[in-house]
Design a protein around this ligand. Structure first.
Ligand SMILES: [Zn+2]
Length: 220
C-alpha cells in the first residue's frame, strides 16, 4: 500500500484522470457528490469499473453502487437517482453529503453524522463488491452473480429498521437500476474495450475524502 499526499480532484482533474486510467478497479468513498459525478464521467470515458460507497448520516444505513461500463451497467448518476440522491447543488457548499439523515426542521449543517460503527461495515460491503468483481474478472463469477441477482447494480444495507426502505436491521437489499433515457453518459450500452485480465496483481485505486481533500491508496 502506498500513501499519496492529499489533493483536490476538482482542482486537479488531470491527476485523478491519470490515476483512474492506471487502475483496474476503483473504490470511491468520497463524502461529496460533485467528485463522484466527475469520477463517473472520467471512468465512463476510460471504461474503468468503479464501486461507490456511502454511509447515511446518523449511521442507520449504507449504500454501494457498482458501475462497470464494459458490463453495460447504469452509471453513477442513474443509480443515484434511483437511490433518491438529489445530485449536486449548484452554488452551495456540498461538504455535507446529500444522503445524510435529514433532521426535520434542521439545516443540513446540523444533521447527525455517521461514526465507525456504521462506516466499517459499509466499507466491508464496498470491499466485498470490489472483490466479487475481481473474482469474476478472473473467471470466478459466483460471488458477483449472487450479489447481482435480479440484475442489481446497487445495494442498500440497513443497520437498523429503516421504514422508508422497509428493511432491517442488518439486512442487505439489492437494488435494480435502469438507465435514464436522458442520461448524459448514455449508459447501459456495451463497452468498446475488452475486459483486461487482472487476476494476480490487480491495481486497486481507493479514493476517500474529507471534503475536497482526496487520498489515494494504490495496492499492487
Ligand atoms: Zn446513466
Amino acid at each position: 500500500v502506498v500513501d499519496v499526499p492529499p489533493f483536490c480532484c476538482l482542482d486537479e482533474p488531470h491527476t485523478i484522470r491519470r490515476e483512474l486510467e492506471a487502475a483496474d478497479i476503483v473504490l470511491v468513498a468520497v463524502d461529496d457528490e460533485a467528485p463522484k459525478y466527475l469520477i463517473d464521467a472520467m471512468a465512463w470515458e476510460l471504461q474503468r469499473p468503479v464501486v461507490y460507497g456511502g454511509v447515511y448520516g446518523g449511521g442507520w444505513g449504507a449504500e454501494v453502487v457498482l458501475v462497470d461500463p464494459i458490463a453495460a451497467t447504469p452509471c453513477y448518476g442513474c443509480a443515484a437517482s434511483v437511490l433518491g440522491r438529489t445530485g449536486v447543488k449548484l452554488g452551495k457548499n456540498n461538504l455535507i453529503p446529500s444522503y445524510a439523515l435529514p433532521n426535520a426542521g434542521q439545516d443540513e449543517d446540523g444533521w447527525t453524522l455517521a461514526d465507525l460503527t456504521s462506516i466499517k461495515p459499509a466499507a466491508t460491503l464496498l470491499s466485498n463488491v470490489a472483490i466479487a468483481w475481481l473474482e469474476a474478472d478472473a473467471g470466478h463469477p459466483a460471488r458477483l452473480d449472487e450479489l447481482q441477482q435480479d440484475a442489481s447494480t446497487a445495494w442498500r444495507f440497513a443497520f437498523r429498521h429503516v421504514p422508508v426502505w422497509n428493511l432491517g436491521p442488518w439486512c442487505l437489499q439489492p437494488v435494480a437500476v435502469n438507465p435514464k433515457p436522458d442520461c448524459p453518459q448514455v449508459c447501459g450500452l456495451p463497452g468498446v474495450i475488452p475486459i483486461k485480465h487482472v487476476c494476480g496483481d490487480a491495481n486497486l485505486l481507493v479514493i476517500a475524502a474529507d471534503g475536497c481533500e482526496l487520498q489515494r491508496k494504490a495496492a499492487g
